[in-house]
Design a protein around this ligand. Sequence first.
Ligand code: NDP
Length: 259
Amino acid sequence: MGELCVRSVLVTGANRGLGLGLVQHLLGLPKPPQWLFATCRDPKGQRAQELQNLASKHHNLVILPLEVANPTSIKAAAAKVGEHLGGSGLNLLINNAGIVKITLLENETLEDMTEIYTTNTVGPLLMGQAFLPLLKKAAQGSPGSGLSCSKAAIVNISSIGGSIASFSAWEMIQASSYRCSKAALNMLTKCQSLAYKEHGILCLALHPGWVQTDLGSSGGHTPPVTVDASVKGMLKVLSSISEKDTGTFLDWEGKVVPW
Ligand code: NDP
C-alpha cells in the first residue's frame, strides 16, 4: 500500500489532538501536500502555539481562523483557501473538529444537545457546502474516472460512539448528545456521498479509535490508542480507499464499522 499523496488538504480543529496529529503526519509524508490548510478557532492564541511553530518551519502550512459553528467564519475561510490555491481546487477536506459533554442521559439539556449537534453535525454540513466549488474544481482537474482522496474527498471524523449496531461503552460513558451528533454525522456522510458522487467527490465517515486526546480522556479513563498510531492508521486508510468506499463508515485500521 502506498503513502497518501495529495496536493491540497484542509483540516479543521487542527491546533490540538487528532487535528494537530494529522497536520504533523501530513507534513512528514514522503510527498507532503503542496498546500496544507490547518484551521482553528484562534490561530494567534496560546492554544495554537504548536501550529505556529510548525508554520515557521513549513512554508506549505497555512493557518487560518475557522469556527465550524459559524457560517460566516466558514465562508471567509473558503474564500481565503480559494485565494491561496489560485486556479486549482481543494483535494481533501477533513472535518475533524468536534466536542463532547460527558453527561448522563437524564441531565442532557436543550442547550447541550444543540451545541454539540451544531458543532459535530451542522459544521461538517456547512463545510461541505462552502468548499464544494473548490472540491469540484479539484475533481475536474484530476485525471482518471474513479474516486480517491488524492482527487477530491470529504472525510468526516466520526465515532463508533454514534454506531447504533455496534453500541459501545455505555456503562463507561453515556454522552447521548455526542452519540446522537455522530449518528447524524454518519447519515450526513451518506447523503453527501450520494449528492457529490456525480461531482467526483468521495465521502467517508472515519472512526479514529479511542485516542489519547483531551476529548478521548474526558470521561476519566485512559484511551488505548496514541495520537500517532491513530493518525498513521487513518492516513493509510485514506491512501487506499476508492470509489467502492464512498458513503461507508471505516475505522483507523480500515475495518468497516456497522452503522
Ligand atoms: P480534542 O478535544 O483533542 O480536539 C478537538 C479540536 O476541535 C480542537 O482543536 C478544538 O479547538 C476543535 N473544535 C471544537 N469545537 C470547534 C469549533 N466550534 N470550531 C472549530 N474548532 C473546534 O479532540 P480529538 O482530537 O480527540 O477529536 C477530534 C475528532 O475525533 C472529533 O470529531 C472527535 O469527535 C473524534 N473522535 C475522537 C475520539 C477520541 O478518542 N479522541 C474517538 C472518536 C472520535 P479548540 O482548541 O479551540 O477548542
